[in-house]
Design a protein around this ligand. Structure first.
Ligand SMILES: Nc1nc2c(ncn2[C@@H]2O[C@H](COP(=O)(O)OP(=O)(O)O)[C@@H](O)[C@H]2O)c(=O)[nH]1
Ligand SMILES: [Mg+2]
Length: 287
């Protein structure tokens, strides 16, 4: 696994997006090649016979230095070397706040998690309590939107604008998810406000990064969250974009890659990412 500092040392932000012979969408068809792949893919089928794996990674706008660092026996092995793949680090009694840019998928991802834990609680026959969701985004309309996404889920939803001291919450033995406002990491004020909410809630912090974002921007965002104490990330909109380099560069900053979100529905398209699943997604465009 790499850390943000290793990544920054070896892969500075100043990489050029203009990779030589950069493939275009028309050179990366989502169909099976007529001839075998040019490189080992770790049991993953390569969709484009005309392109090497480094070419495809460049198509995803992954920096050349990171591509070089991933090269070796197979793409899955290269990903495993550069990225920490881990279960989502949540436990009862410790609130988990989901942060990221506005529109990145924080609320939908939170709802997917809440729906899972609500299902577990229901199936436990009363042994596990239903999850609690703290709505910390006071942007007009966001509470109503969150409540409507969560409608039908067996959860408790509580407004906690500005954060909330967890001692005031009946939550020591239940999963607590925190919906944060969207923020711009380049704004020191916004970052300070987010840190205050997270500290007041004594929450852990996880980042939601959408596929399709500019990989340099996602590196900046992941680095800023890493410095704020985030240890993990979730990749959203994995089925909505071709290029997913933003997910790779963010994770290579030292955030453990947990779930990938593949659908706009709260009850489907939410998968624990593994090197093989990610390798396949890099090589095969969404169908
Ligand atoms: N298809 C699809 N839509 C997504 C996914 N994640 C988020 N969205 C949509 O993206 C939009 C913004 O998501 P939202 O959770 O409100 O973002 P937030 O501003 O970060 O809370 C909503 O319309 C979501 O339904 C995903 O993985 N797949
Ligand atoms: Mg939201």
């Amino acid at each position: 696994m790499s850390s943000f500092f290793t990544y920054k040392t070896h892969y500075p932000l100043s990489y050029t997006a203009e990779t030589p012979n950069r493939p275009t969408i028309s050179t990366l068809p989502p169909t099976q090649p007529a001839t075998p792949p040019q490189a080992s893919t770790g049991e993953v089928a390569l969709p484009a016979n005309a392109l090497s794996i480094p070419d495809i990674l460049a198509w995803h706008s992954i920096p050349q230095d990171l591509i070089n660092a991933m090269s070796g026996s197979s793409l899955a092995a290269g990903l495993e070397r550069m990225i920490d793949f881990a279960p989502f680090p949540i436990r009862p009694g410790v609130p988990m706040a989901l942060g990221g840019a506005s529109g990145s998928g924080k609320s939908l991802t939170l709802a997917k998690l809440a729906a899972r834990y609500a299902r577990q609680a229901r199936q436990s026959g009363g042994r596990i309590r239903r999850p609690l969701v703290l709505a910390c985004d006071s942007t007009p309309g966001s509470y109503i939107k969150l409540a409507s996404i969560l409608r039908g889920c067996d959860i408790d939803l509580m407004k906690a604008y500005g954060g909330m001291n967890p001692h005031l919450i009946d939550g020591h033995d239940r999963i607590i998810l925190v919906d944060l406002p969207g923020l711009c990491v380049y704004s020191p004020t916004a970052m300070t406000e987010m840190k205050e909410v997270v500290e007041r809630t004594q929450a852990s912090l996880s980042l939601v990064i959408p596929a399709g974002m500019d990989p340099e921007e996602s590196t900046d965002i992941a680095a800023a969250f890493h410095q704020c104490g985030a240890k993990s990330m979730i990749a959203s909109r994995m089925e909505q974009s071709g290029r997913i380099g933003s997910v790779i560069t963010a994770a290579a900053c030292g955030l453990a890659l947990t779930y990938g979100s593949y659908s706009g529905s709260i009850n489907e398209g939410f998968t624990q990412l593994t090197p093989t699943i990610l390798a396949r997604r890099l090589l095969v465009l969404p169908g």
